[in-house]
Design a protein around this ligand. Sequence first.
Ligand code: ADP
Ligand code: MG
Length: 259
Amino acid sequence: MSNNTILKTANVNKVFGVKRNFLVDSSTNLVNAVKDVSITLEKGKILGIAGESGSGKTTFAKIISGLMEYSTGEIFISDKKITDYSKYDLAKKVQMIFQDPFSSLNPKLSIETIIVEAIRSKQKNAIIPAKELLELVGLPEDSLKKYPHQFSGGQRQRIAIARALAGEPELIIADEPVSSLDISVQAQIMNLFLELREKLGLSYIIISHDLNLLGAVSDEIVIMQNGEIVECGNSTEIMNNPKNSYTQKLISAIKTVSK
Ligand SMILES: Nc1ncnc2c1ncn2[C@@H]1O[C@H](COP(=O)(O)OP(=O)(O)O)[C@@H](O)[C@H]1O
Ligand SMILES: [Mg+2]
């Protein structure tokens, strides 16, 4: 693995056992939610993952963030196997950002408490102070004394991003980070991701069902269907010249909508 690789997965599989109705049948249905997923992400790059609902995107995101176990395969973060990291060390490398910033922020805690707790849990000696983190994500200093309900959806996502940055991670996994936001705010958050990449040298995996949005920011794109990668490659090439019929369908759907 090259020194410049932040994430590499090889043939990652996730099988869920789903219980059938035990009155009828006590056996278990197996759902192969992620099938042989192999990707490589270079440092400082953005990899976009697209695919319709149920294609395994969230499952894969949780696995590479260390929030869910996988069934088979191999995952390397930098040059170390994901299973060789302690929970603490992995959280300092990789942070996940979720779709709904409201449910991921405790409504009873002030922004200061949320951010300071995140800093303390990730750094033995806080290096980036809370104020500086807020400035990085474009929120005013007086936000510290406020509570999550006093902010708009876009601002709450900025708070969640500030919290994720507390441990100075190298890789951000963002699962549908703008899907619950107004269209006008979506581009602002995506621009923030690009800005933070410049300032902090971050790498990203950004998941979205919106291929238009992913095409605009990603270096590489992976298309998933039923747990499998059906197409991957350079973002511009995929957007302009998709080879796979499912990708073609996703792209022509955008073109129809934007007409
Ligand atoms: N905890 C779980 N137990 C059983 N099946 C699950 C679980 N989580 C997800 N699945 C199934 O795995 C598949 C992929 O789901 P998910 O990763 O959420 O897809 P996406 O994020 O692309 O919409 C779906 O069929 C879903 O029902
Ligand atoms: Mg999902």
